[in-house]
Ligand binder design. Structure first.
Ligand code: TRP
Length: 332
């Protein structure tokens, strides 16, 4: 292997937003020269709580949107390899193998899984702390939900990635991947490097409501593909009471909020338009790049076709090694 690798990517549930940008995309863009970079469009991973959405009819458009979000943010199609999870069957194979290395108890001990159970309506916040969540959810929770971090470990380890740029919520999955790598290596010999998570300086951006982290399902996000007027409207409506998140946003886009302060209060009538303006200044070059890539006929298809070939070449190589190490390279 020549250069060290990055593997990261996005669950295909809808457009990427500023939280993704400041949490992960900035690092993807910054490191794409230094690392061989693989970006996964995780369509299988959408299924644990989005199985019945349009019965899959929205997936293709969402994949296209997420790839364009990455390109708009500055990923270079000649440097990064983009591929779709379900087009690399070796990922399913490695996930299956890894499932035998993880106890049920360990799979349950993942704080992000618990949070996802709440956001997808399988458990209530109050059940999480007292250990009730599992009993209550078990009847409705699919096996793949509990196992998706194992599948995510396969995403990372199949590529022997050493670095995984992500937002804070993903760190438990990376820890699980590290444990799986260690266990496999201990049982079958040194095969997988232990991947490191890489956080940005804003690993957990709060949303427009000032409360939770920015998330599409909570409706408190600004999409990277938002128009100028959508950004203005979102900022105008954003929560600006005690504990709002707008100052943090301003700092991220280099706007000095102190200029808008009098007597310890932000003058929202001036500050909010300035913040919307600064956000639009960040997003405008992305809009131009998005439009440019979107206008090239067949471009996304070609990019994903090439990416699949490149990803599968690595995937076949790793799976051959895994089978050999596990005594499953039969010769009769
Ligand atoms: N779980 C990530 C998200 O919610 C997406 C993802 C899938 C991922 N496989 C990955 C991220 C591997 C990093 C590495 O967006």
């Amino acid at each position: 292997m020549d250069r060290k690798r990055i593997l990261t990517g996005d669950r295909i549930t809808g457009p990427l937003h500023l939280g993704h940008y400041f949490g992960s995309l900035v690092n993807r863009v910054r490191l794409q020269d230094e690392y061989e970079t693989f970006i996964i469009a995780a369509d299988w991973q959408a299924l644990y709580d989005h199985l019945e959405d349009d019965r899959g009819r929205g997936l293709q458009a969402n994949i296209r949107g997420v790839v364009l979000d990455n390109l708009a943010a500055g990923l270079d199609p000649d440097k990064a390899t983009f591929f779709i999870q379900s087009e690399v069957p070796e990922l399913a194979e490695l996930t299956l193998v890894f499932q035998f290395l993880v106890t049920v108890a360990r799979a349950k001990r993942n704080p992000t899984i618990k949070r996802e159970m709440v956001s997808s309506g399988l458990a209530r916040e109050s059940d999480i702390g007292n250990g009730e969540a599992w009993g209550l959810a078990a009847d409705r929770m699919n096996v793949g939900f509990l196992a998706f971090p194992i599948s995510q470990a396969a995403d990372i380890l199949l590529f022997k990635a050493s670095l995984v740029p992500v937002g804070e919520d993903q760190l438990p999955h990376i820890e699980q991947a590290r444990e799986i790598a260690r266990k496999f290596n201990r049982l079958f010999g040194e095969t997988f490097p232990e991947p490191e998570g890489l956080l940005s300086s804003a690993p957990r951006l709060r949303g427009l409501d000032g409360q939770a982290k920015m998330s599409k399902s909570l409706g408190n996000a600004i999409a990277l593909s938002a128009s100028r007027s959508e950004v203005e409207a979102a900022v105008r409506k954003a929560f600006s009471g005690e504990g709002h998140a707008l100052g943090e946003w301003a700092e991220l886009v280099g706007l000095d909020w102190r200029r808008f302060e009098s007597h310890g209060e932000l003058r929202m009538r001036e500050f909010k338009p300035a913040l919307a303006g600064a956000l639009n200044d960040l997003l405008e070059p992305m809009r131009l790049r998005r439009a440019e890539f979107a206008s090239r006929p067949g471009f996304i298809r070609e990019l994903l076709h090439h990416g699949r070939e490149r990803a599968r070449a690595v995937a076949r190589e790793t799976m051959r090694e895994v089978r050999a190490r596990m005594g499953m390279e039969y010769t009769f």
